[in-house]
Design a binder for this molecule. Structure first.
Ligand code: FAD
Length: 261
């Protein structure tokens, strides 16, 4: 497989950096081709602004989605964004690796999503009408590709358990896994999450690395998270409501959008 690893940590000698090296070595040993987007090393520009849209006239008001769509259609997005889109097209699987910062991804990675997922590429894809609300949530530009998060977190696994004070990890990662990944079409694998990362000793690192190697060996075969496809009949159109009776007994909130019972 062609594997793209999008890496968001400012320090190459970090724990996250050491785990990246473990992942890349294992993927390479398995015969996969690996490319890296090292966002800090690349000096990735995180904010969306006028400079992203050279097609815009100086006096024109910036409307981001409209400008993004025009620039994408004209092949006029900036070279850094086009390069990342090309890597995404090349990849069969994409790994997003980052430390959990304030219950989400570091700003530089959020900025990568905001800039690389242009209108017409990450969103605004497919027919939008009363009969169809676009190609998204299971369909779209990135359909057929696998995606997976590699996350380190300072908190304990229990803090992220069903009754843990931070909220369940599946809920915290839902906006990324369902919103950022499933929305443009990715098949989303369960995440690799390393808890209590700040206090990791050598034995802990060895165990974490072994687990990560196993996840890399099974990248092609791991069963994905069973998110419901938008256009698979489970939702009303155009209100996009889950049809009654499809959910597991007692399921509410984010859990409604998974098919497991
Ligand atoms: P590092 O700081 O690089 O290393 C962590 C430990 O791993 C060190 O003790 C290091 O010695 C050890 N280690 C063991 N083996 C190795 C090796 N081979 N190479 C390198 N180091 C090794 N946590 C949460 O749970 N929720 C949050 O919302 C959250 N928000 C945060 C917000 C900010 C701004 C910051 C700075 C931290 C936050 N944290 C949070 C904690 C954060 O998730 C962890 O600090 C981070 O995941 C640790 O990963 P790292 O790569 O930065 O580790």
């Amino acid at each position: 497989m062609n594997v793209l690893l999008v890496f968001a940590h400012p320090e190459p000698r970090s724990l996250t950096g050491a785990l990246r090296d473990v992942a890349v070595a294992e993927l390479t040993a398995q015969g996969h081709r690996v490319r890296l987007s090292d966002l800090y090393a690349q000096g990735w520009k995180a904010q969306v602004d006028r400079a992203d849209f050279p097609v815009l006239e100086p006096e024109e008001r910036l409307m981001v989605a409209a400008a993004s769509g025009r620039a994408f259609a004209a092949g006029a997005l900036t070279a850094d964004v086009r390069a990342e889109q090309e890597k995404l097209r090349w990849a069969d699987a994409v790994l997003f690796q980052f430390p959990l910062w304030w219950f989400g991804m570091p700003a530089i990675l959020k900025g990568w999503v905001e800039r690389v997922y242009a209108y017409g590429f990450g969103y605004g894809v497919g027919e939008h009408s009363d009969r169809r609300w676009g190609d998204r949530y299971g369909e779209g530009t990135l359909a057929g590709k696998r995606a997976m998060l590699l996350v380190t977190a300072g908190g304990w696994a229990e803090h992220y358990g069903p009754r843990g004070i931070n909220g369940p990890i599946d809920d915290l990662l839902f906006p990324i896994q369902h919103g950022v990944l499933f929305y443009p079409g990715f098949t989303v694998l369960p995440p690799y999450v390393l808890y209590r990362a700040d206090r990791l000793d050598a034995a802990g690192f060895a165990a974490a690395a072994a687990h990560l190697r196993e996840r890399m060996r099974t990248l092609e075969t791991t069963a994905p998270i069973a998110f419901r496809r938008q256009n698979g009949g489970d939702y009303t159109i155009p209100a996009m409501q889950l049809r009654p009776g499809l959910e597991a007994p007692g399921a509410t909130g984010f859990a409604l959008h998974r098919t497991e019972r």
